[in-house]
Design a protein around this ligand. Structure first.
Ligand SMILES: *Cc1c(COP(=O)(O)O)cnc(C)c1O
Length: 404
């Protein structure tokens, strides 16, 4: 097959910078290198106007006011400031936070830290497809609850949560609502007013922008969200995030959002089609394959499968010229089964034998064909090699009829 190797199929871990984004960044390394806080000369003004332009580009994509966008170093920081910043600012009102069992570590570990400080955290369960039940959110809210945090679209299993329903419940109960939307930005429609979200975290490198830059949407009216900043310093970003802004990175992030607004609908359709093709080809050619996550409510480029009767680690390693991953990038160096798949009720053996395929802007049908071919060969060989497992052809099942 005529395809350039290695193939990148891990667009949830990170994405390459779009050439258009790269172009938009370059001037801010050289001739326009100024500090946006320099108020006395044109170098500062030029840098400031680049930051403000990016703020507008992002606010356009998510439907908010530019001043509600706070630039950060990425979604990890945004999640940390959303959780800790709100917890510390509203401590006198209550000490209860609600989140889910399948959040990214940046949310889970920030919650863990807050628990050590005396906050109570409820980790809501999810169903077989990874969905949170908004009714469970409603039930968990008490008069001590200050914040609900639910991931928008999942980095491992791609499941898209019913955020608008959760947002409506939070609003009705006067509880702040945060969402980690690092994977959702630029992939699915995400308007903060539709979701009734008060805080939303984003990362540039998941949307064809550079690494090390992100933002936090922070609602400024009805309600005006209070935050205790993580850093003390020069008071940049209206005091919400001190430190000289990453001007070139921010300019790139802004451009990445502009490109996303332009191509999102068409790219979403193309990737959904390509993903369904990848899925149907794998199911057609390999027995004992299980779909993880929701069959329809998922990110266009995401496919997460478990392969019965193979050692997951061995399968991944044998796919050397196709970059895919098991679980989330951050935990794939360990042999532990994915905590996300376990939370879905996937049995241990299958949770250890999962592969996440992440398709993106430059994925092609040829790459998918190559991947299916390689995968078929490898799974067959591994199954033949392992003596304990019979090479019988089982029935393929999707999540709905998977026995729990
Ligand atoms: C990548 C990711 C993060 C972390 O973002 P960084 O910008 O790399 O810090 C947080 N949450 C989710 C869902 C992610 O996919």
């Amino acid at each position: 097959m005529d395809v350039k190797l290695p193939i990148y199929m891990d667009y949830h871990a990170t994405t390459p910078v779009d050439p258009e984004v790269m172009e938009a960044m370059l001037p801010y390394f050289r001739e326009h290198f100024g500090n946006p806080s320099s108020r006395t000369h044109v170098f500062g003004w030029t840098a400031e106007s680049a930051v403000e332009k990016a703020r507008e580009q992002i606010s356009h994509l998510i439907g908010c006011k530019p001043m509600e966008v706070v630039f950060t170093s990425g979604a990890t920081e945004s999640n940390n400031v959303a959780l800790k910043g709100v917890a510390w600012a509203y401590r006198d009102r209550g000490n209860h936070i609600i989140t889910t069992a399948i959040e990214h570590h940046a949310v889970l570990d920030a919650c863990g830290r807050l628990e050590k400080e005396g906050f109570d955290v409820t980790y809501l369960p999810v169903d077989r497809s990874g969905l949170v039940d908004p009714f469970h959110v409603e039930e968990a809210i008490t008069d001590r609850t200050i914040l609900v945090s639910v991931i928008a679209a999942h980095n491992e299993i791609g499941t898209v949560q019913p955020l608008a329903e959760v947002g409506r419940i939070c609003k009705a109960r006067g509880v702040l609502f945060h969402s980690d939307a690092a994977q959702a930005l630029g992939k699915i429609s995400l308007k903060v007013d539709d979701l009734q979200a008060d805080l939303v975290s984003f990362s540039a490198h998941k949307v064809y922008g550079p690494k090390g830059v992100g933002s936090l949407y922070c609602r400024m009216t009805r309600p005006a969200v209070k935050l205790v900043p993580l850093f003390d310093g020069g008071g940049q970003e209206r005091g919400r995030r001190s430190g000289t802004q990453n001007v070139s990175g921010i300019a790139g992030f802004g451009k990445a959002c502009e490109v996303a607004s332009r191509v999102m609908a068409e790219e979403g359709n193309r990737l959904t089609e390509l993903r369904e093709y990848l899925k149907s080809e794998i199911f057609r050619r390999i027995a004992g394959v299980y779909l993880n996550g929701h069959p329809e409510r998922r990110l266009p480029g995401n496919l997460n499968l478990s392969f019965a009767r193979v050692e997951g680690e061995a399968l991944l390693l044998s796919m050397k010229d196709v970059a895919v991953s098991s679980g989330s990038a951050c935990t794939s160096t360990t042999m532990e089964p994915s905590y996300v798949l376990l939370a879905l009720g996937v049995r241990d053996e299958l949770a250890r034998a999962s592969i996440r395929f992440g398709l993106g802007r430059w994925s092609t049908k040829e790459e998918v064909d190559y991947t299916v071919q390689k995968l078929t060969e490898r799974v067959e060989r591994l199954r033949a090699m392992s003596s304990g497992w019979p090479a019988t052809k089982g029935r393929n099942v999707s999540v709905q009829d998977t026995p729990s």
